[in-house]
Design a protein around this ligand. Structure first.
Ligand code: NAP
Ligand code: ZN
Ligand code: ZN
Length: 354
């Protein structure tokens, strides 16, 4: 066991505060990582405030982790002390089901998330201890779930790739976005800005939908070919029935029909956002008349996460970030809710003093 310090939420209504806890002793396949940076995902806020009604307190959020390996178990093959290492949203899965053997661990029924999942390593009888995430100075993870970080990219700006990057990369690949596709990205937040960069690098024609007129210039700088203010029906109608694929990253419930109407025949809108309250039921007419689909996608598997990191290294893609001190995370949550972040907060763990 090693003693570590982190930041935890102790109830839905309280701010995150310093929290001392222990990481498990190193197993033979485990890697101990000194955390350098951790991104702040909207899912951290949803969980800390129990908006999905599944929080088991205390919650130590954080699943966009970049750090350096400080020790390795006897049978670790892929990492050595001193290597850079990344950890995303998953720290374990059953390893034998079809989802796991297909490299889609995120869809395994036995998946273990980086925080707020029952931690099977904690005692022989699943004593109910939960996993604790990256708002802390160290983490211990099985090497299968640890990613190699490209050395040419800014470390703090890489951290958000571990969730925002893979969560948008995976559906863009699954729905075969590339040259010749017209792709819509809804919402320019942490996920949305990565989706714009990635879809642009994949060669698609990218249209960003935003509710924030002040983000238009940025969206174009990030790689959008066109920007549409989604509250403006005239601008929306100009794109009717024209999209192959729309990736919706919005973190709040909203009317989906205004977007499904923009899909071509057989087009798909994939939902990434997981709002606290459900979206209004979508129009069935919008779906049946052009055989349109509404789908969902959860993060990405480990193999694809490495592929995404390598793609980002090749195309020199990282997140646009604002680095904050650990103590400022509560203020960062309030600012994220107001859309006042360009476009991801990243915590510098050197500011977390024991
Ligand atoms: P974020 O940085 O807060 O961005 C969300 C964006 O949604 C905002 O920047 C804003 O964009 C738009 N938005 C917010 N409130 C809105 C409203 N009331 N109406 C319309 N648009 C609104 O959040 P994030 O970290 O990107 O996460 C987005 C969502 O994805 C969250 O629900 C998160 O939990 C979820 N998520 C899902 C997965 C997965 O595996 N599926 C993984 C990670 C995160 P504009 O200002 O441009 O309109
Ligand atoms: Zn996330
Ligand atoms: Zn499995």
């Amino acid at each position: 066991m090693s003693k570590v310090i982190g930041y935890a939420a102790h109830s839905a209504k309280e701010k995150l505060v310093p929290f001392n806890f222990e990481r498990r002793s190193l197993g033979v396949k485990d890697i101990q990582i000194d955390i350098l940076f951790c991104g702040v995902c909207h899912s951290d806020l949803h969980t800390a405030r129990n908006e999905w009604q599944n929080a088991v307190y205390p919650v130590v959020p954080g699943h966009e982790i970049v750090g350096r390996v400080i020790s390795v178990g006897a049978n670790v093959k892929a990492f050595k002390v001193g290597d850079l290492a990344g950890v995303g949203c998953l720290v374990d899965s059953c390893r034998v089901c079809p989802d796991c053997t297909d490299g889609l661990e995120q869809y395994c029924d036995g998946e273990i998330f980086t925080y707020n999942s029952e931690d099977k390593h904690y005692g022989d009888n699943h004593s109910g201890k939960m996993t604790y995430g990256g708002y802390s100075n160290q983490i211990v993870v099985d090497e299968h779930f640890v990613l190699h970080i490209p050395s040419n990219l800014n470390l703090a700006a890489v951290a958000p790739l571990l969730c925002a990057g893979i969560t948008t990369y995976s559906p863009l690949r699954h729905w075969k976005v590339g040259p010749g596709s017209k792709v819509g990205i809804v919402g320019l937040g942490g996920l949305g800005h990565m989706a714009v960069k990635l879809a642009h690098a994949m060669g698609a024609h990218v249209v960003l939908f935003t509710t924030s007129p002040d983000k238009v210039v940025d969206a174009k700088r990030l790689g959008a070919d066109e920007v549409v203010i989604s509250k403006n029906p005239e601008e929306m109608n100009a794109h009717a029935k024209s999209f192959d694929f729309i990736l919706n990253t919005v973190a709040a419930s909203h009317n989906l029909d205004v977007f499904t109407a923009l899909l071509k025949r057989d087009g798909t809108m994939c939902l990434n956002g997981v709002p606290e309250h459900p979206h209004p039921s979508p129009s069935i007419f919008n779906l049946i008349f052009k055989r349109r689909q509404i789908a969902g996608s959860l993060i990405g598997g480990i193999k694809e996460t490495q592929e995404m990191l390598d793609f980002c290294a090749k195309h020199n893609i990282t997140s646009d970030i604002e680095v904050i001190a650990m103590k400022d995370v509560n203020e960062a949550y309030e600012r994220m809710l107001k859309g006042d972040v360009k476009y991801r907060f990243v915590i510098d763990m050197a500011t977390l003093k024991a």
